[in-house]
Each structure stands twice: as structure tokens, then as C-alpha cells.
Design a protein around this ligand. Sequence first.
Ligand SMILES: Nc1nc2c(ncn2[C@@H]2O[C@H](COP(=O)(O)OP(=O)(O)OP(=O)(O)O)[C@@H](O)[C@H]2O)c(=O)[nH]1
Ligand SMILES: [Mg+2]
Length: 441
Amino acid sequence: MFESITKKLSTIIKKVTGIGIITEKNIEEAIKEIRMSLLEADVNYKVVKEFTEKIKLKSLGTELIKSINANQQFIKIVHDEIVTLLGQNTSYLNLTEKPAFIMLVGLQGCGKTTTVAKLANYLKHEHKFNKILLVGVDVYRPAAKEQLKKLSQQINVDFYTENINNAIKISENAIKKTVNEYYDAVLFDTAGRLHIDAEMIDELKKIKSLTFFSEILLVADAMLGQISVDVAKNFNDALGITGIILTKTDGDARGGAALSMKYITGVPIKFLGTGEKLDKFEKFHPERMASRILGMGDIVSLVEKANKSITLEQAKKVEEKIKKATFNLEDFLEQIKAIKKMGPIGDLLKMVPGTSALPDIDFDEKELKHIEAIILSMTPKERAYPEIIDISRRQRIAKGSGTTPEKVNKLLKQFNQMKKMIKHMGKKRFNAFPNFPFPGF
Ligand SMILES: Nc1nc2c(ncn2[C@@H]2O[C@H](COP(=O)(O)OP(=O)(O)OP(=O)(O)O)[C@@H](O)[C@H]2O)c(=O)[nH]1
Ligand SMILES: [Mg+2]
């Protein structure tokens, strides 16, 4: 979602970083460019105006210009203002009540039903909730209840609905059902309309009045940009929402919705939907997002993801090997497999600072199998000292692995690139995260 704005802002940031002595004119120019980038990303004009004015005031109104590291300070001001825009303190779900009643609302097709299942799945895994009920109260679209039922089976949680056309009645009975059933959370999938209308709001208000809802979350489509921001504002005025889940952020949305939402509505974004699959769901971190938008990398997210798939012991082992310069092809294979477990490499690389300079190490499953076969067809000596692989050895390895000499060649090239990359990173050690799988972070 933020690709284009990230590209622009990181270019501006790089430019500012490179300036030796910063002048008022430099700052003004940078601010002008930032303003243009935000407008192009479809950020609300009021937000852009206030945002740039604040930066200007903070950077020109202080002694910043005269200070030695003015560029860093300027970047920090921009970063902090983006964090403020996105919502300073990470707001999180209120889950203190048992069960926590949670209602998801939003326009038609914004992703409510999918998101109900994603959120249930998230609560199950991240909060170890083991008793969750999904309630289907979309009585308008014929297949809606069936869709939710299927999803509930997929993630193995309970489902409730009735074959009647009264959403309020179904909600009432669902709430009754939860008494003495010890549910951790009860999630309501409500109906969507093309436009927010009085009848829809009335129905939601009635459901809201049936019990205490810990969360009323608006599901908003990032692709709709400022329209989604207006929708959020209207829903909030009418219903009082506690948070926003921004969906379809994997599409080519320009980021304007995400950057304007909190400022315009006062309601924080709590989660992002990043794909159609049920695990494509992330908690929203303003700090990390701000760093990502500025191209400063999102080390914290990356480390969290990595720690899930790689054990500390494995990471230490690799680090030792690199130090001793014995990182060989077997380690390479292990590393790729571990990276693979973390999810699409493209997603990960976006979080790493300066990744545009990194080699392409994105492999699909099939390619991974080939790589494995090629490495397994090598002798232990070849794996340890790949530089001894000459033309005839290459041909033998290709034959043994059912691939081609070109493939073997490509693999060796990638291995060398990774080795170089790791070595390079090793020089800029990031000591805050000693257990990160790639030494150097
Ligand atoms: N790419 C992408 N697609 C999504 C995401 N969230 C939902 N979708 C897709 O959006 C479409 C609509 O999703 P639903 O969950 O049915 O939306 P809804 O709001 O319940 O729709 P109605 O019940 O008709 O109002 C489906 O094809 C989903 O797979 C997301 O984060 N990324
Ligand atoms: Mg639906």
C-alpha cells in the first residue's frame, strides 16, 4: 500500500541525510516535496496542510538549523509527526470482558466476513482464546451466513445463526446462548450496504443496545482511499466505533486512507488486512509503520517474524559460521528454508532498511526443491568450498539433481550474493537484536 509514498519519502530523507550543512532553504524544499508526496498518495488535504505546518514550525522554529546533526533531527521530526498521524500510542483491543462481544461493521464488500474469521483466528493464536463464537447476522445477502459458517469450520470455532430475516432477534438469541457457555469472544458479522443509510445504522444501533460491546470495529477498504475515511467518520458519528481494520492493504491503494484515518475520525487503526487468506492479518503499529513509510526499515516487525521461525540456537550457529567464514551451501539451504517459513520474502524485505540494494533471493517452492536437489548432489567438499566447482563438476551436479548447469550456476551466484550481503551486514552490526538470524541486524 505504501510503496509509492515510501519511495518518494525515502528519497527525500536520503537527500536530506546527504546534505552537509542544512539551511532553512533545504528544509523548506524538503517540506514542499513531502507535501507533494502526501497529496499524491491521496492523503486528505487538511491532514497534509496541518502536517507540513507542524513540521515547518518544529524545524524552523527551533535552533535546529544551527545544530550539528540538523538532518537527523529533521528526519526525527518528520518521523514523529507521521507516528502522531497514525495514532501515537498503539491502541489495542479491549478484551477484559468475558466474553468480549465484538461487532464488525462496514460497507458492502469491504471484507467484514473475511475479517471476522481473520480476527477470530488471530485471537485463537495470539491470545490463546479457545472458545470463540461467530454470529452471522447478515440477513440480506443470501449466501452470507453460509460463507461465515464455512470460515468458522475452517478455523475450528463455533458458529451461530438462525434461518430468519431478523438480525436483532438472531443477535439476541446468540447472546442468550453464550450465557454459562464460557466463551472468550463472540464476534458479530453484520450486513453491509452500498451506502451508509438510516435503516442500516438503526439495525446496528439496536444490536449494540443488546449487550456491552467491548469493541465495535469498522472494516474499511484501503482501496477506496478518502471515501473510506468519510465512511469511517459517518459510522463513528452514528455508532461510536472503537477501532478501524483497514483491509486490502495488499492492493495498490496509495496509503491516503491509512494516513488520514486517525486524524479525521479520531479513531485508531487497530489491524491491517494484507491479503485474502485468513493469516493475512496484522496488528497495526504506528511507530513501525512510520519507519517503514520513511524507508527506515521495520526492524522490530522483522525480528518478531523471524523469531517465530528461527530458533535462537540456529541463529547463533549461523552467526558463528559467518564469523569464522565457514558459511557454506548447506547453511545457505537452511537459511533459505528458514526465510521461506517466515512468509513471502518480498514482504520481509520491505521491512529491512536499504533493501533495494539486496540481491533477489525470492524463491518459490519449486525452485526451493531444485536448490535442495542441487546442493544434495554436491560432494561434502563442494558444499564447503563451492569455488572448486568447475564446468565438469557443474555438469555432474546438474545431472545428479535433474536440473541444468545454468541452474547450478545461478544457485552459486545467489549463494555468493547472500554471502556478500551477510558480510556487508556484519559490518554494520545491529546489536540491539543479537538473536536475529542474519548476523548484522
Ligand atoms: N486482497 C485482499 N482481499 C481481501 C481482504 N479482505 C477481504 N478481501 C476480499 O474481499 C472480498 C469481500 O470480502 P467479504 O469478507 O465477503 O466482504 P464483506 O464486507 O463481508 O462483504 P458483504 O458481506 O457482501 O458486505 C473477498 O473476495 C475477500 O477475499 C484483504 O485484506 N486483501
Ligand atoms: Mg459479509
